[in-house]
Design a protein around this ligand. Structure first.
Ligand SMILES: [Mg+2]
Length: 197
């Protein structure tokens, strides 16, 4: 039994997938090249906001762009074969030692199926894995009973703060424009949890 007197109390902690554990934008870029939608030598753009399509002007139609991501023959591969961020697996293992951890991701049906495959393939299998099915429901991530969330999307952190829970943005180039509690690494998030009463 691990006994660590410095350990914080056990908390119910929700972790997002894309942009937190999974390199979705990296996978998208690779898939766009593989499918010939952008040229092979296209450098990875710096994604500095949520309107992802703006960074790929080669694809003129916004609808076509999002159909490619969420509703195409490439959708499954794009999500299921995406790289895991460095340190993400170890982060989840460490977190699960001290806290009750759940995954909350927002996906449509195809993305959800691929995300479950991705989580199991990467051995990220906390006891609770939840999905906001954005193709079926309008809901926020507070519908499940977690005290704190780590997410890269400002609106999800807001949802938690609005309900007097805690939320942290994981610092990414696409979430710079907001003033919310922010951590710059997995380790910093764990430190924040350890500092909570
Ligand atoms: Mg995300």
């Amino acid at each position: 039994m691990v006994t660590n007197t410095a350990k914080s109390r056990e908390m119910k902690v929700a972790i997002d997938v894309d942009g937190v554990l999974r390199d979705f934008v990296g996978s998208l870029h690779k898939c766009l090249i593989m499918d010939g939608l952008i040229l092979e030598n296209t450098p990875m753009p710096e994604i500095t906001s949520w309107g992802l399509h703006q960074f790929y002007p080669q694809i003129e139609s916004t609808e076509e762009f999002y159909d490619y991501i969420f509703r195409s023959e490439s959708t499954f591969n794009l999500f299921s074969s995406a790289p895991i961020y460095k340190g993400a697996k170890e982060f989840m293992e460490l977190l699960e030692k001290g806290h009750e951890v759940g995954i909350i991701t927002s996906q449509n049906e195809a993305g959800w199926r691929a995300t479950l495959v991705w989580l199991f393939a990467n051995q990220i299998t906390p006891p609770n894995i939840h999905c906001i099915r954005f193709d079926l429901m309008k809901a926020d991530k507070t519908i499940w009973d977690y005290e704190v969330i780590l997410d890269d999307k400002p609106s999800h952190v807001h949802e938690f703060l609005d309900k007097d829970r805690m939320g942290f943005l994981l610092d990414r180039p696409w979430n710079q424009e907001v003033d919310l509690p922010r951590v710059f690494s997995y380790g910093e998030f764990i430190e924040e949890l350890n500092g909570m009463e």
